[in-house]
Design a protein around this ligand. Structure first.
Ligand SMILES: NC(=O)c1ccc[n+]([C@@H]2O[C@H](COP(=O)([O-])OP(=O)(O)OC[C@H]3O[C@@H](n4cnc5c(N)ncnc54)[C@H](OP(=O)(O)O)[C@@H]3O)[C@@H](O)[C@H]2O)c1
Length: 301
């Protein structure tokens, strides 16, 4: 089976490509960087520039399923221009693929798109399942709503659509864990704000595993991709310090300080989303990392 992946060169994509290659899949991938193009028998790159509407049509040849991970990084200061890039890099990527699927004969029957738990409102008490319909007007929620709406349009082509609402991805290679654990490595671990905000984390291996599971079982619709036991921010930071064998004694970092340092993006650290993993578990997915401590040990030691 041949899979076309966008964003294949990123944190999640690299892990997913390696898993799918091990399982005998053939990969085509789209990249915005010409220097990332490779041409192996089972891993072949194609250039695209979604903002300019450019895409190499040959990327679709013999492809059965598309996995869409492309998007400009969220963890960069949210200026008005960059906010536009965060949205457009996601919406235009899907729009360009949609246009190509419409205009060129193809065998694609399933479109699996990244999404994010940032779609759910900030709440200390609610537990969010995929059935939640109330979203808010925060920047991240609006990004994800637009991203999912664009993905849903692919259904007009009689192609199954799945959306993978991803939590905080834990990996020692890059991403949020590297940032949060950096002060802890020097003995300065500190929670953010009240520390009560819920962090719905997932180990990178499980995220790649869930994409592969959705692909293999042709699961349609929305799936939360989070481990079943979310923790508070205090618990996350304490566990990081414990795994690194470092002290945890610092006062919490006040919200206003992070707002000054990061601008509007500080909300990533302070928003609370307690997200349920029940749906993917009920479909039979078995998590490799149920315990935060095990996930952190695998990545930090
Ligand atoms: N990591 C997390 O904690 C997390 C949580 C929730 C949701 N997600 C979502 O899951 C997806 C994959 O995450 P990730 O951590 O692997 O992200 P990542 O490491 O930043 O990789 C995303 C990839 O998207 C491509 N890209 C970057 N800017 C682009 C643009 N302007 N237009 C089109 N493509 C662009 C890049 O590939 P090329 O250079 O090859 O084009 C990049 O490697 C992302 O959409 C992310 O928002 C991630």
């Amino acid at each position: 089976m041949k899979i076309l992946i966008t964003g294949a060169t990123g944190l999640v994509g690299t892990e997913l490509v390696s898993l799918l290659l091990k399982n005998g899949y053939f990969i085509h991938y789209l990249t915005t960087s010409k220097n990332k193009l490779q041409n192996e028998p089972n891993y072949k790159g194609f250039y695209w520039n979604p903002e300019a509407g450019d895409i190499d049509e040959n990327c679709l040849d013999d492809v059965d399923v598309i996995i869409n991970l492309a998007g400009a990084p969220i963890a960069k200061r949210w200026t008005e221009a960059y906010k536009k890039e965060i949205i457009e890099s996601r919406v235009l990527s899907i729009a360009v693929l949609h246009q190509l699927l419409k205009s060129k004969a193809n065998n694609v029957h399933h479109f699996i798109s990244a999404s994010a738990i940032g779609i759910y409102p900030d709440s200390l008490s609610k537990i969010y399942s995929e059935e939640e319909t109330e979203f808010d007007n925060s920047f991240l929620s609006r990004v994800v709503q637009k991203w999912e709406e664009e993905a849903d349009k692919i259904q007009e082509l009689k192609i199954k659509v799945s959306k993978v609402r991803t939590g905080l991805v834990l990996s020692g290679k890059s991403g949020v864990l590297k940032e949060i654990s950096a002060p802890a490595k020097y003995g300065f671990a500190a929670a953010f704000g009240s520390g009560d905000q819920m962090q719905s984390w997932i180990h990178l291996d499980d995220l790649a595993g869930i994409y592969a599971y959705i692909l293999n079982h042709e699961l349609e619709g929305i799936y939360n991709a989070v481990a079943p036991y979310p923790v508070t921010n205090t618990e996350l930071v304490k566990q990081i310090a414990k795994v690194l064998d470092k002290p945890y004694f610092m006062p919490n970092v006040p919200k206003f300080a992070m707002e000054i340092a990061l601008g509007e993006m500080h909300t990533i650290l302070f928003d609370s989303q307690n997200v349920s993993a029940k749906k993917i578990i009920s479909q039979g997915y078995q998590f490799k990392y149920l315990s935060l401590e095990k996930a952190l040990k695998a990545e930090l030691t």
